[in-house]
Write a new protein. Sequence first.
Length: 311
Amino acid sequence: MRCAVRFLLTLLLLAGAARAGELRLSLGTATPGGGFPAYAEALVGAMRTVDPGLVIETRPTGGSVENLDLLRRGALDLALVQGAYAYPALAGSDTPRLGVIAAMYPTPGLFVLPPGSPVRQVADLRGRPVALGTRDSGLTAMGRAVLVASGLDPERDVEPVLLARAGDGPDLVRAGKVAALWGGGLRWPGFMALAGDPGGARFLAPTPEAVARLVAEQPELRRMRVPAGTFPGQAEPIDTVGSWSLILGRADLPPEAAERVVRAMDGARDVLARATGQGTGSDPRNLAEAVPPAWLNPGTRRALADLARTP
């Protein structure tokens, strides 16, 4: 019965989208090889299956920091922003404020290392080169916070390596040029690349004490668990810290545009889950857990209120 209802709702969405006409929006992503560009490609393709008139042009950027600047200047309609930067920006005093359009997925943070590495805890990275990500990435900010919570100064106690492109990290690990690569997400490309190598990879999370410290000090961070079997050879779940990555809209994005994006994501959520491997992370209903209602674009609030009345 539920499948029949979902099928009917999808047909209604397609009919409504056909009547709505074409809507063109720009979407800021990040540097090639990272999780944001891969997600954006899957997102655009999935939404096209239910709303062909919703035309979203993806634009590569430097990452979360640049995306926020471009949104504030009105140079982008939408952008992907990691929680380490999104939450402080949304909680700030900017007027007019940016609006949250949708949740992307939860982003648990981890270090990935060669399987034979002698590093057993984050503190063991002292004195070693560590790839933290690109300069403007929210993941990089989270990685620095994890080092601090683990008793390490990210500028003095490790050799911080910033990447020109997020996709450069795995090769540095393979070549032995860095002891570890910091990243986030269940299907983050850097994790998947190294885990798929012969011999696999090993993943390292901050200690429970460091996680508790981070969650207490930074409201954008959450306790998160990476289920067993997420990566090849990972027999046990990994408890770590992370945040929700979000799709934000410029302050004056029309509510009708935000509502259309949310409804398309809802109609395409099964397709998107298969394409990204993130499960139900991109279900628009997750916003109730991820952010305060006041941060939502009015069109998103309207769509969510309607979705709450449907299966």
